[in-house]
Design a protein around this ligand. Structure first.
Ligand SMILES: NC(=O)c1ccc[n+]([C@@H]2O[C@H](COP(=O)([O-])OP(=O)(O)OC[C@H]3O[C@@H](n4cnc5c(N)ncnc54)[C@H](OP(=O)(O)O)[C@@H]3O)[C@@H](O)[C@H]2O)c1
Length: 314
């Protein structure tokens, strides 16, 4: 069996259990491609799965990848060796934190030549989540007033830019260190949560995205305009459970409280890649690490205060 370098996870627990070592190079079946990985971006899905003991079959995390096709199975029609691709492998066994990974072709799109491998790896899960939360669950419309709570991380930085793309008025909520950045990404107003509580203001919003933090559902509901929609994207575990368990209770009447579970979708990813290639959105890359320093990168991300995306270059 051929070998490759990979970051392997064996035990339930902390990111320190990620071991940089040799692993078997995967072999694609007839319906898979083999990708030489160039860049991976980390997501909360990586470290949360780790903490919950949900371990991928090959014991290698890493969902959002970009790379070049090394070889293809005999039923593959969309790609050929040498093609540059990107995609989200969370529904296909993860495996990106390695020199090579296999994936079905439906997990991938062609990476536009105008965007780098790093940029390509930032998009799949974070930007897709922001898009599906705003457009599909939030029914975003031109002129809406949109509040984005947790606007400085991977999902939030894309959410600001996409909400502006949809021609809305955007208010972002983040800590002092990220106010300037949120402003420069296009937010019309930025609330520093260390100085001001958004829920104490009388301002009402047509759409609220709860991406990070842990706020009472009633605080969100109070800030919704008549017919307004709150979409829970993420946050603390307690925020997620509260929203899933009780969101429907507060959805009686015209105000709606929903949650989003983003789904990998080639059409949406192509749309986002085109926006990026045309300069309509841009990724914020907070830190870059090499594959052997993945445990440090995961540890940093899991503290919950990274600004934009954390990249592993391979
Ligand atoms: N529903 C889905 O399908 C889906 C998909 C992807 C991700 N998610 C979830 O979405 C959440 C965000 O993901 P992410 O990739 O954006 O995470 P991330 O990059 O780790 O988010 C970090 C950001 O969160 C901000 N933050 C931390 N505490 C905050 C608070 N109390 N109020 C406001 N902002 C706060 C931080 O800003 P400051 O440093 O300024 O505080 C930091 O910039 C996670 O819970 C993740 O599990 C859900």
């Amino acid at each position: 069996m051929e070998k490759m370098k990979a970051v392997v996870y064996n035990k339930k627990g902390s990111p320190e259990k990620l071991i940089y070592c040799e692993a078997d190079k995967p072999v694609p079946n007839d319906n898979e491609v083999l990708i030489k990985v160039h860049a991976v971006s980390l997501n909360a899905a990586d470290y949360r799965s780790m903490k919950m003991g949900i371990i991928p079959k090959r014991k290698i995390f890493g969902a959002d990848i970009s790379g070049s096709i090394e070889s293809v199975g005999k039923n593959i029609t969309l790609f050929k060796p040498g093609d540059e691709v990107m995609g989200d492998l969370a529904s296909f066994g993860f495996g990106g934190l390695a020199q090579y990974v296999i994936a079905p072709e439906r997990a991938l799109i062609t990476k536009p030549s105008r965007i780098s491998f790093e940029e390509g790896a930032t998009l799949p899960m974070a930007a897709l989540t922001a898009l599906q939360a705003l457009r599909d669950k939030g029914n975003i419309q031109k002129g809406h007033k949109v509040l984005i709570v947790g606007c400085a991380g991977g999902v939030g930085t894309f959410a600001i830019q996409l909400a502006k793309y949809f021609e809305t008025e955007v208010t972002g909520v983040c800590s002092s260190k990220n106010v300037q950045q949120s402003d420069s990404l296009g937010a019309d107003f930025v609330i520093d949560y260390t100085k001001e509580d958004f829920s104490k203001s009388d301002k009402l919003y047509n759409l609220i995205l709860g991406i990070n933090g842990n706020y009472p559902l009633l605080a969100y509901r109070k800030c919704l305009a008549p017919n307004g929609i709150y979409v829970m994207v993420g946050g603390s575990i307690s925020q997620i459970f509260k929203s899933l368990l009780f969101g429907w209770v507060f959805s009686f009447g015209p105000k709606k409280m929903r949650s989003v579970a983003a789904k990998s979708n080639r059409h949406d990813l192509e749309f986002l890649a085109t926006l990026l290639a045309n300069g309509k959105i841009k990724p914020i890359i907070d830190r870059r690490y090499s594959l052997d320093k993945t445990a440090d990168a995961m540890n940093y991300l899991s503290q919950g205060h990274s600004t934009g995306k954390v990249i592993i270059n391979i």
